[in-house]
Design a protein around this ligand. Sequence first.
Ligand code: BGC
Length: 742
Amino acid sequence: MSIAAAVLMIAGCSSPKTDAEKFADDLLGRMTLREKLGQMSQFRPRSGVVTGPEGFSYDLETMIKAGEVGSILSLREQEYFEIYQRLAVDSSRLGIPILFAHDIIHGCKVIFPINLGSSCTWDVESVKQSARVAAVEASAMGLAWTFSPMCDISADPRWGRVSEGSGEDQYLAAKLSVAMVEGYQGDDLSDSTTILACVKHFAAYGAPEAGRDYNTVDMSERMFRDRYLPVYQAAIDAGAATVMSSFNDFDGIPASGNKWLLKTVLRDELGFDGFVVSDYDAVHEMVNHGVAADGADAARLALEAYLDMEMTSGDYINHGEQLVQDGVIPEKLIDELCRNILIVKYELGLFEDPFRYGGAERFARETYKPESIALARKIARESMVLLKNEGSVLPLKEGGKVAMIGPFISDARAMNGTWDGFSEAKRTVTIEQGMRARFPEGTLTFTRGCDAYSHIDGGVEAAVRAARAADVAVLTLGLPGNHSGETSSMTSVELPQAQKELLAAVKATGKPVVVLLVTGRPMALESVDELMDALLVVWHPGTAGGDALADLLSGDYSPSGHLTMSFPRCDGQIPIRYNYKSTGRPLTKEMDYTQSHKAKKNYQTCYLFTPNSPLYPFGYGLSYTQFSFTDLQVLDPEVAMGEDVRVKVRVTNVGEVPGTTVAQLYIRDKVASTTRPVRELKGFERVSLEPGASAEVLFTITAADMAFCREDMKFAQEPGEFGLWVGESCEAELEGKFIVKE
Ligand code: BGC
């Protein structure tokens, strides 16, 4: 600590004001209450993306001129960024610039794979670069703020929004969320190519009951602190300037009016000092939740919870003045919240130059750059996960005849998935286009076979004919691009019946069957597993998806993606995750006294007959080569609390082609004051090797990695013995251990 800071602390003073704080205070002193509430309000133009109720009717231009619009979301027409900004700067009394926001979730013009897909790369640096590209393109359009990263982890593939997150594991999701924050915000917010990140949806939005969107979230504080909070926390520690409060209630209090979440945890514990925006209409929706009597009451709750900016419902601007006049809300609180927003606007450099974002020339120069498309192709290639490859059907044999079948082969929307930003269909490489560009003419045929959910006349027959005439049938099955994401929760994640029938008919031809699974979520595939010789999960792979797929099917590259969400066997196993608790009756050989029960309960749907394991586990993914893991060394087998444990392993490519695997390290706290997961990911590294080559991988498990929410509710370490495993999935078998002493 500097001497000046120490003197200030002794004197009980806070640190000197920054330029941004001085500026905000001066401006606040000149603002009317209504203007302050205006800064705390975000609105959508008529043409914007609607993801909730229409709300009250307003004329955006009149409100901008009156200084009542702090931020605009979902503006799609590019010329309006400048038109609206000019209106705010030239025609409102104080000329405070507008903050333009949009959901740039997995790319802006160049679309990267959906986030769940990108997480399967386990490639932190590439994910950071993809966020950087998105920020450069978005800022070139006029945007200064994206509602990303989504830090909600989830173990429930019924929930449509798993496509927007980084999977079921908090350790990996935290690393990727940090990468996104760094990619969007860079080191300097005032750089005109960086934009604000927004950590969402605070909090625990990924755990709605039954996987139904917007549904109740109720969990213990311990579970919240152990599993959910660390991801938001990591992104906030990385400097994310904004946070979005979620739609759901949490322990009976809607997040947008939850002072414990937004003040005690977020600001006081995590030290967040940016501003919080509500989710779409989430303030007003507290009336539906049944905790607010009307819009004014909802505004009161949100203000008291320290929610700085309200999205779309207008409750702040419509009721804030009255709340202050009636003495319900002190104007000092409004000042505090509005100040948070003005400071961020200052840090962005908006007051210095409100037109620093956008511009036609910059837009033309910065969007769809060849290197951005190349990055999208690389990430798409790395995101695809090979789950099965019997008889080495893949890669496709040179010169062989391939029947490409299925409803998504020529579908650009299926490539991009949910939140396709400002993408242009004509720039998206479909599967058909990618394959045609890579494979010799005359070797491929394309047949639709069926629609996503229904038969088409003669479709199955045509597909069967095509398969018979080919050496191999490649079926693209799964879900349409807009069947994941918000409001796309499902009661079943099985393959639609029409597709199952198409698959069975093609399999009956006796030709080898490769399934390319286009999907925004894990699917339950046990009932069709034996109909597939090979299975490659393609996700919604983005702008360069078709090319990336051809890279893999041709064998130009070997698949390297590894799952970040478990693929269940059937719907009934959901929610499912690898890091479950042992329970008092774990499924081990020693505990298997269930044979007599099995005889009595001879119905196949009984859990006794369904293994607890998923069909394909977390971390799993094949390649065209094989890797061996040997020479495990725990370099620090006994450590004191607070010390690191280093673990070394040798990875060798024992196959015949170059390839990349993801070396993963899991630990288990054997005896603790609370029940701990059977395995927890605590390290990973992508390793690329030529055939016969090997490399040493060094993992470092820190004290923070061993910390958890103890019985005394402290998030800290405990002494004791830990098991550890290293390998290519959560089922890794190479085993070691270490001890943490008191
Ligand atoms: C979604 C958010 C999104 C917001 C603005 C909401 O419906 O839940 O994730 O950022 O709309 O588009």
